[in-house]
Design a protein around this ligand. Structure first.
Ligand code: F0G
Length: 465
């Protein structure tokens, strides 16, 4: 008999979470102005808002925290991280930053400029993450989404829906000169298109096109280990290869990367910028010192650098990744048992609920995915996050609302944090909302919003009221 699979870890410390009543949750979400980011964590039972910085560190990581060297310059924790970056990602030059968006700020400052030098410039890629887009558009440039069309069809089951459409990219690169395209950035796995992986062949293809056009090619490597796992599982020729070997090959095609290490670094805070070219590394260093800190700490405490050096290695262990991806898939399968429409195939870090199919009666102007997120919270204290019209924000030129093809409620699974019972609970909450979906016909309208990245702070009210 084949023995069942089980997590390659056991639990040493637990944190109590509390179930609230429906009345408490109705009060809490109204007080939060119907913005899930405004809820206090004590008001949430199962928190699938994000997999970012919410994972559980290992005892080896905690031990490294105690060894943290807090020297301003040349800390031993920095050198431990440098070694891990070289071993896992293959880059000689790197800068620590306090998180992913800080890494983006430094890289974009070096490649586009620190002010609004980006006007008229384009940054192609596969569905840029919202902060990446923020750093591009905040500089006056435009993020051009060249993701394959299949990514926008939630029902097609293809292995690499994070891929860049090379014809679309080629067109952008062909129409504009090298001076007008400061970089191309490919996100692995592609969070905004459902946590979908990018194939090795596609990374190689993007690399060749960029090289020919003289455009620097960077990876957004927040979830590079999960991407490597999917390549091993799904791409011919990679079965049986080591995760680190696959990861290093992915990175070998790029000129560098940014990384939010709060994801596949399994730490609570931190980020990285890696470079192949020493001259670019030196240019970015000046910005890093200005915005983040001296090059050997870059906005991180020594203990956090140390924990990250261990986390990068743990995240690229096959048994860990098998457990991780299986837990996310369990959530997806349970949701489908209840009849909840979800994006296929399941993502690496999250299940994306197709809110348009779930709540067909709510008009798109009333924020369908946000409406579903609010219902899930009120139903069972489950918190997800909207990836829809609120996050898509307004067009920077026309200021009109942008309505993306997909309205998604993302249920992101923190690493090594919840049990399978929590996954089953979350699925049951969604199943329970589904039972009464015919009565959900109205959504929300905006009362207040910020000019950029509005979804974090937006205030809403029920549209029917
Ligand atoms: N790139 C990707 C692909 C991300 O998913 C994120 C963050 C960032 C960059 C920015 O990194 O948060 O460390 O500044 N994603 C989180 C999420 C917030 O919930 O998906 P950060």
């Amino acid at each position: 008999m084949e023995l069942p699979f089980a997590e390659p870890f056991r639990i040493k410390t637990v944190e109590t979470i509390r179930r609230s009543t429906r009345e408490e949750r109705e009060r809490a979400i109204a007080a939060a102005r119907y913005n899930l980011f405004n809820l206090r964590s004590e008001e949430v039972f199962v928190d699938l808002l994000t997999d970012s910085g919410t994972g559980a560190m290992s005892s080896a990581q905690w031990a490294e925290m105690m060894l943290g060297d807090e020297s301003y310059a040349g800390a031993s924790s920095y050198y431990k991280l440098k070694e891990a970056v070289k071993e896992v990602m293959g880059f000689d030059h790197f800068l620590p930053a306090h998180q992913g968006r800080a890494a983006e700020n430094v890289l974009m400052s070096a490649l586009i400029g620190p002010g609004s030098e980006g006007r008229g410039k384009l940054v192609p890629g596969n569905s840029h993450f919202d902060t990446t887009k923020g750093h591009i558009e905040g500089r006056g440039a435009r993020a051009v989404d060249c993701t394959v069309d299949a990514a926008f069809d939630p029902t097609v089951d293809l292995p690499f829906k994070g891929d860049v459409d090379l014809a679309k990219l080629g067109k952008v690169l062909g129409e504009r000169g090298r001076g007008e395209i400061p970089l191309c950035i490919v996100t692995v796995t592609c969070n905004s298109s459902g946590g979908q992986p990018v194939s090795m062949a596609n990374i190689r293809g993007v690399s060749e096109l960029c090289r020919a056009a003289g455009v620097p090619f960077f990876l957004d490597a927040a979830r590079f280990a999960e991407n490597a796992y999917f390549i091993r599982k799904r791409e011919p020729g990679y079965d049986g290869k080591g995760i680190r070997e696959i990861a290093r090959e992915m990175f070998s095609y790029a000129d560098g990367c940014t990384m939010s290490s709060k994801k596949d670094g399994i730490v609570n805070i931190g980020g990285l910028i890696c470079f192949r070219d020493e001259a670019l590394f030196r240019r970015a260093s000046s910005f890093n010192i200005m915005y983040e800190g001296f090059n050997t700490y870059g906005g991180m405490a020594g203990r956090d650098l140390g924990a990250l050096s261990v986390g990068l290695r743990e995240a690229t262990e096959l048994p860990y990744l098998e457990a991780r991806i299986a837990q996310v898939a369990r959530l997806g399968a349970k949701l489908e048992l209840y009849g909840v429409p979800v994006l296929r195939p399941y993502g690496g870090h999250a299940i994306f609920v197709d809110a348009k199919r779930f709540l067909p009666r709510v008009p798109r102007e009333e924020f369908v995915a946000q409406t579903l997120g609010i219902e899930a919270y009120v139903e069972g204290g489950l918190r997800g996050v909207e990836i829809g019209a609120l996050m898509a924000d307004r067009d920077p030129d026309s200021r009109e609302n942008r309505y993306p093809e997909l309205e998604l409620l993302r249920l992101a699974v923190p690493r090594r944090t919840y049990t399978d019972n929590h996954m089953d609970y979350a699925a049951a909450v969604m199943g329970s909302v589904l039972e009464r979906r015919d009565r959900i016909t109205r959504g929300y309208r905006i009362v207040r919003e910020a000019p950029l990245l509005r979804h974090f702070t937006v205030e809403l009210e029920p549209a029917g009221a």
